[in-house]
Write a protein that binds this ligand. Structure first.
Ligand SMILES: Nc1ncnc2c1ncn2[C@@H]1O[C@H](COP(=O)(O)OP(=O)(O)O)[C@@H](O)[C@H]1O
Ligand SMILES: [Mg+2]
Length: 263
């Protein structure tokens, strides 16, 4: 019998105790896990290949997900991660995910992660809500899967797009960006992403206003989470709130330029 060692995984900064065991990933369960598993099972039922499969819960009370083969970006980000091709790929992947998730009828009162920010529109879909580079699996330079659905919850497609753009534009002060993204033309990148996603004109007009609202909500939500201690408090002490404030200032300062580039 093959012995499967536990290999710690540390791509993101939130979950402690994420490990790889053979072709599986074991992650701590949370209150939101049953809701997330329902979503992942739906994605499997509609044959969406861009997400891990749920395989169950192990003897140590951890969720068991399938290992998605490929490469997950690490910091500092490599050139292929900041390319236009990657940007288009993530836009298309998010669109395909939304199409697959749209037919999911989540059980009433499903315990999604609740404290994160949101916009005010009627929810249209269970969004991934955390499409960071660390949560995308690449294969041969192409984004092929989303992982880490811990923050998934009912939201609008626009909110999910804006969250992705926060990281992939990135909508961030240059001081807080990865080196290879320091000088990029963010407005152009927003347009490349929106084109690949297929965002229509009405929604595109809402991108920057949605980013503005989202930043303020994220700041508050993160502050509340940080008060609860743990990893969130550590992120807050590490300057997460200040980074949001700098991003807000940057967005307001370059608003017109970004807006002009979106079209
Ligand atoms: N199903 C999976 N397939 C491949 N790699 C994974 C998978 N799940 C997690 N990983 C790797 O482990 C890292 C951390 O896992 P993740 O689920 O994102 O937890 P968190 O961000 O909360 O720490 C990811 O960035 C990725 O590198
Ligand atoms: Mg993650």
């Amino acid at each position: 019998m093959a012995v499967n060692f536990e290999v710690p995984l540390s791509g993101g900064d939130v979950s402690e105790g994420v490990v790889r065991v053979g072709d599986t990933v074991r992650r701590p369960l949370g209150a939101h896990s049953p809701a997330v598993h329902g979503l992942l099972r739906h994605l499997e039922a509609v044959a969406f290949d861009g997400a891990p499969r749920v395989l169950g819960v192990d003897g140590r009370g951890r969720e068991v997900l399938s290992w998605v083969p490929g490469e997950v970006p690490r910091r500092p980000l490599a050139g292929f991660v900041v390319s236009d091709e990657a940007l288009r790929g993530v836009g298309r992947l998010l669109r395909r995910y939304h199409e697959a998730a749209a037919s999911y009828e989540a059980p009433e009162g499903a315990p999604w992660d609740g404290e994160t920010s949101n916009l005010d529109g009627e929810p249209e879909v269970i969004g991934h809500c955390d499409v960071t580079p660390e949560n995308v699996v690449f294969r041969g330079g192409t984004p092929v899967a989303l992982i880490d659905f811990d923050l998934a919850r009912p939201t609008t497609r626009l909110f999910d797009v804006v969250t992705a753009l926060r990281h992939w534009g990135p909508i961030a002060d240059p001081a807080d960006r990865d080196a290879l993204l320091y000088r990029v033309d963010v407005g152009r990148r927003l347009r490349v992403f929106c084109d690949a996603y297929g965002l229509d004109a009405r929604e595109r007009r809402e991108v920057l206003p949605a980013a503005r609202v989202r930043f303020e909500r994220s700041y508050r939500a993160m502050q509340v989470r940080a008060e609860g201690g743990g990893v969130w408090a550590r992120m807050w002490r590490g300057g997460a709130g200040q980074r949001i404030r700098r991003a807000q200032d940057w967005l307001e300062r370059y608003w017109d330029e970004l807006d002009a580039r979106l079209w």
